[in-house]
Write a protein that binds this ligand. Structure first.
Ligand code: ADP
Ligand code: MG
Length: 592
């Protein structure tokens, strides 16, 4: 006879589920964390319909004794901490004791587990928080959790689940992080009949990458250090469209800190062509400078030195991106000893970044700034050169930066002046021009706003939705018309004209998140938000690289750039202009 019991706090669990369980990916994440905490050496994940109809996680970890199996489904039941002090030195991924009861409250759930083969296994079946069965069952040591029909009893949340492939993408992105964080554990992932990941245990996360990321041609490693910590990572440039994928590890924990992710995405986007690229960043920070206990899904962390951490990550990523383009030194980043990045408040990242006192490479004055670390010329080539210096003068300047030679690879404008060759990155140049223009417009207090053809409903989570009332005037201030739409969503009906419909969700999420965290003086908050909007919009609206420009467009861009207040750095701190002096050219060509 099945034992039927109503969990005492079934309702609480359902409410908690709203926080912990957002979509199949969060179920997978929690279950895999539990398996890792249980010391599994091998984890198998089975999915159907992107995890909407089935998520099954099977491990060979410690398993649970029958009593513990029932207890594990009680709220705040955890074997991982027992006293408050434990919170200060957490070694496990879980500790809140919320995941299992929350998931069981909103699905058809089965836990099959065995701690000791001689004692036998145990099975608990729960449907929407109601225990339907609890009985002995056969199983080798380890645990299998099966979650079917997520949100079957919460239609409001079910409605917000996306198509199976979208949910699957979220699951996969999450698993990439977990599998990269724990290369010593084998991961096998199947979606229906299809094998998605088959990753045997390896020594190092970088060895994991080939098993995680299929169809990747080139991967670039980067590494940067500062007093704040160390950021290491891999960057695989994408060729296609679609959002870039980012895995962020902080001291071995997967983290999805919106602000940090936003910062990285902006570095990527400022390049213009990073759709579909993949990135993993591993941050190593002193443990007492990170607080992981701030978010129910443990996705967010708090940094004691947020400014330093942001600057470090941005610098590292910029290095990866630069490496992928074979122009490491140009971006002003090197492998030198850690430099002070100072206490830049996180609010400062709309402004040009501080590279730590190193003279800005790529600035217009003084020249030459070019110090690329390319290979030496083959001697055979050098030997055949004429030893005569070039004495030709440049043609008359027809732009503020010299004489326009033309557009190189539909991406860079080439010019010559009396010192040598001038190379202008058209995307960042345009971005700078737009940034200043948009910022001025926002500051003048008349932000144009354009109605969307179809208002967009955006799921932003309870906290952000609740904060909308306070930040709506700020958003309106920058041209975004948003209102509350249910407890966890907002409805956006108008946006600034530079924002295309596809980017609305991303930008609004980012801004809302940002706006809710701005504290203190309202005027300062407004200012920061304006900078944020200007940076975000200008990056999106600026002409991309690989985009042919007519001669008059090229001239117009250069004129606009010359009129800009800061023509040498894009809003994210990237150089706009690169110079190759005549002297340098001749030296490299063996003429000097
Ligand atoms: P938390 O992980 O925060 O402790 P959970 O609700 O995720 O909370 O799990 C509750 C308890 O159930 C854990 O503390 C652990 O003792 C046990 N548990 C959950 N999953 C497993 C597993 N795969 N193997 C062994 N024990 C598990
Ligand atoms: Mg857990």
């Amino acid at each position: 006879m099945p034992l039927i019991r109503v969990l005492p706090d079934r309702l609480i669990n359902r409410i908690a589920a709203g926080e912990v369980v957002e979509r199949p990916a969060s179920v997978v994440k929690e279950l895999v964390e539990n398996s890792l905490d249980a010391g599994a050496s091998s984890i198998e994940i089975e999915l159907r319909a992107g995890g909407r109809s089935l998520v099954r996680v099977r491990d060979d970890g410690s398993g649970m004794a029958p009593d513990d199996a029932l207890l594990a489904l009680e709220r705040h039941a955890t074997s991982k901490i027992s006293a408050a002090e434990d919170l200060d030195h957490l070694t496990s991924l879980g500790f809140r004791g919320e995941a299992l009861p929350s998931i069981a409250a909103v699905s058809r759930f089965e836990l099959l587990t065995a701690a000791d083969v001689t004692e036998g296994g145990y099975r608990v079946e729960v449907e929407g928080g109601r225990v339907l069965a609890a009985e002995p069952a056969a199983r080798a040591r380890g645990t299998t959790v099966t979650v079917r029909d997520l949100f079957f009893n919460v239609p409001a949340r079910r409605k917000f689940l996306r198509a199976a492939e979208t949910e699957l993408r979220h699951v996969q992105e999450g698993l990439w992080g977990q599998a990269l964080a724990r290369p010593d554990v084998a991961f096998v992932v199947r979606h229906g009949e299809r094998a998605l990941i088959d990753a045997p245990a390896v020594a190092d996360w970088s060895e994991r990458v080939p098993a995680m990321w299929r169809n990747i041609e080139r991967v670039f490693r980067f590494d940067a250090g500062s007093p704040a910590g160390r950021a290491e990572g891999l960057f695989a440039p994408g060729t296609g469209r679609g959002r870039p994928t980012l895995v962020l590890l902080v001291n071995g924990r997967v983290v999805r800190d919106r602000l940090l992710v936003g910062a990285v995405m902006r570095v990527l986007r400022s390049g213009g062509e990073f759709g579909g690229s993949r990135l993993v960043v591993e941050l190593r920070l002193p443990p007492d400078e990170v607080d992981v206990n701030v978010h129910p899904a443990k996705a967010e962390v708090r940094f004691a030195r947020a400014g330093g951490v942001f600057a470090l990550v941005e610098r590292a990523v910029r290095e990866g991106v630069a490496a992928s383009r074979g122009q490491v030194a140009v971006s002003g980043i090197d492998d030198g000893p850690p430099r002070s990045v100072g206490q830049v408040p996180p609010a400062a990242w709309g402004a040009p970044l501080d590279f730590g006192g190193r003279p800005a490479a790529g600035g217009l004055f003084p020249h030459p700034a070019y110090d690329a670390t390319s290979d030496e010329l083959p001697t055979a080539l050098a030997a055949g050169t004429h030893q005569r210096r070039s004495t030709a003068r440049p043609g008359p300047a027809d732009t503020p930066f010299g004489r326009l030679i033309g557009q190189y690879r539909s991406s860079f404008l080439l010019l010559e002046d009396e010192h040598g060759l001038v190379i202008v990155d058209q995307h960042v140049a345009h971005e700078r021009v737009l940034y200043e223009r948009i910022l001025r417009r926002l500051e003048s207090g008349n932000a144009p706003s354009q109605g969307l053809l179809a208002a967009q409903v955006i799921e932003v989570g309870e906290a952000n939705a609740a904060a909308l009332g306070a930040v709506a005037p700020l958003l309106a201030d920058v041209g975004i018309d948003a209102e509350l739409f249910g407890p966890t969503a907002i409805r956006v009906s108008a946006v600034p004209p530079e924002l295309d419909a596809e980017s609305v969700q991303e930008v609004v999420e980012e801004l809302l998140d940002r706006a809710t965290r701005l504290d203190g003086v309202p005027e300062r908050a407004r200012e920061e938000l304006r900078e944020e909007v200007a940076a975000s919009l200008s990056c999106r609206a600026a002409v991309k690289i690989n985009h042919p420009l007519s001669s008059s467009e090229q001239h117009a861009l250069l004129d606009d750039l010359a009129a800009a207040e800061h023509p040498y750095r894009c809003p994210h701190g990237r150089p706009i202009i690169l110079r190759l002096s005549q002297q340098e050219m001749e030296r490299r060509l063996g003429r000097r």
